[in-house]
Design a protein around this ligand. Structure first.
Ligand code: NAD
Length: 437
């Protein structure tokens, strides 16, 4: 394919040279004449493993050349990869100035061009930036996106330092496509490269890059905080992490990584509190660990706000124990939620099969009657009793008896705390509100 690459920084240089080495005909563009000159001399404007040799090779064979003229590059290609910078503004917001400028330039060139052209954004940008900011700029000049020209978002996951190696062995390829033809064009660019290809809506592709980078930062911060606490407690943190990392069921796994309801139970809150306390006693600052419970409380509050926003007063709650299959109520987030709603004067009825059973059998009766007498009187004996009472129903359990009884339609309003198995279908119903979208 004939490809123009706009922005010859780290991402653009590597994309341009690697695509050229894969048999594409590439024109690199930068506003910086010095970078353009360097590329045309066969030299890479960035320092990266293998990029020097690769650039020399593809410039020598004529597969890569560079220019300062966006118009010339767009007219001479079928696909444009936008790799301009998106730095932070002083207040932390994302600077989209370079993206907007380059969209204007591409749009102006497309107005002169026949044949389909696809604009692919590789720069990191917040969800909505492409569709709400950049597509309207392009459409000002070049007709309708998805009809007269293609648009896709193809975030870059390569690590500086090893990005050439990563290009040929990527962790994944993500293609956010406005229309299938745009997605096909991007997929064709990377034809033959390994790794799974994900074709998703444009805003999803934009968000995936943030999910990845936020998680990477969180992981490093977590490891360093844990290491500092271990060190203060005289424990070899690397030995701890060797074993931590070997657990592929609960630690390095998809476990606990799906948005849902808040956590609780007899272990996580207690153990986080004591670990943070030990760190504080050792004068070790652990802001990530110290704020995990704060984050959890904020999430629980979002559920309260969803109920408040319905404006209804008669509330049903399905689920009370801290997770399915147990009657353990200690530090259950659903107990906390029930207490908040009860404290705000909502007329509440609660159903949890395990808790009812345990109350009947006397197993947890003492705990319920002594510690939660105010909630004990709200416990219903059946799913129907709650449904008949409620104008708004919170669903915090996957108990099949509850799921099969949940009505469709406007009343009662369902507040889904756990992303119900049929959430996708219910999403468009007027009486459905989801906490975990
Ligand atoms: N550096 C990385 O490892 C990395 C990894 C993944 C994603 N990203 C993202 O990719 C984007 C680019 O990052 P980078 O590190 O390559 O940036 P960079 O600052 O190194 O390079 C951007 C280049 O774009 C050029 N440019 C600006 N406006 C232009 C225009 N109108 N026309 C042509 N060229 C123009 C600049 O002169 C500069 O050379 C950013 O959104 C970044 O967040 C970077």
């Amino acid at each position: 394919m004939r490809v123009s690459v706009l922005g010859l920084g780290y991402v653009g240089c590597v994309s341009a040279a690697c695509l050229a080495s894969q048999g594409h005909e590439v024109i690199g563009v930068d506003v910086n004449q010095a970078k353009v000159d360097l590329v045309n001399e066969g030299k890479a404007p960035v320092v990266e493993e293998r990029i020097g040799e690769l650039t020399a090779e593809v410039v020598r064979t004529g597969a890569l050349r560079a220019t300062v003229d966006v118009g010339e590059a767009v007219l001479g290609s079928e696909v444009s990869l936008v790799c301009v910078g998106t730095p932070s503004e002083p207040n932390g917001s994302l600077c989209t100035t370079y993206l907007e400028r380059v969209a204007e330039q591409i749009g102006a060139a497309l107005a002169e061009k026949d044949g389909r052209h696809t604009v692919v954004f590789r720069s990191t940008m917040l969800p909505g930036t492409c569709m709400n900011l950049l597509v309207p700029i392009l459409e000002k000049y070049a007709g309708t996106a998805g009809v007269d020209f293609g648009v896709a978002v193809n975030p870059e996951f390569l690590r500086e330092g090893t990005s050439v190696r990563d290009f040929f062995d990527p962790p994944k390829t993500v293609i956010g496509e406005l229309d299938p033809a745009s997605g096909e064009t991007v997929a064709a660019l990377y034809d033959g490269l390994p790794g799974e290809v994900f074709r998703v809506p444009v805003p999803t592709a934009e968000a995936i890059k943030y999910a990845d980078n936020a998680f990477h930062g969180l992981k490093i911060g977590f490891a360093n905080e844990l290491g500092a606490v271990c060190q203060a407690l005289g424990v070899d943190s690397h030995q701890v992490m060797d074993v931590f990392l070997a657990d592929r069921k609960l630690n390095i796994s998809p476990a606990y990584l799906r948005p849902g309801f808040a956590f609780g139970g007899s272990c996580l809150p207690k153990d986080l509190r004591s670990l943070v306390h030990a760190a504080q006693r050792a004068d070790i600052a652990v802001p990530i660990l110290a704020n995990v419970l704060t984050s959890n409380t904020a999430h629980l509050q979002r559920a309260v706000e969803l109920v408040e926003r319905t404006g209804k007063r008669r509330v049903g709650l399905f689920g009370l124990s801290f997770k399915p299959g147990t009657d353990d109520l200690r530090e259950s987030p659903l107990v906390e939620l029930a207490e908040r709603l009860f404290g705000k004067g909502y007329d509440l009825k609660i159903y949890d099969a395990n808790v009812s059973l345990s109350r009947l059998m006397g197993a947890n009766r003492e705990y319920i009657e002594n510690r939660l007498p105010h909630l004990a009187q709200l416990l219903a004996d059946s799913v129907d009793e709650v449904l008949e009472h409620a104008e708004v129903c919170l669903v915090g359990t996957r108990d099949p008896a509850v799921l099969s009884a949940l009505p469709h339609g406007e009343a009662p309003v369902l507040v889904d705390l756990i992303r119900l198995p049929d959430a996708e279908a219910r999403r468009t119903e007027s009486g459905y509100v989801g906490l975990a979208w």
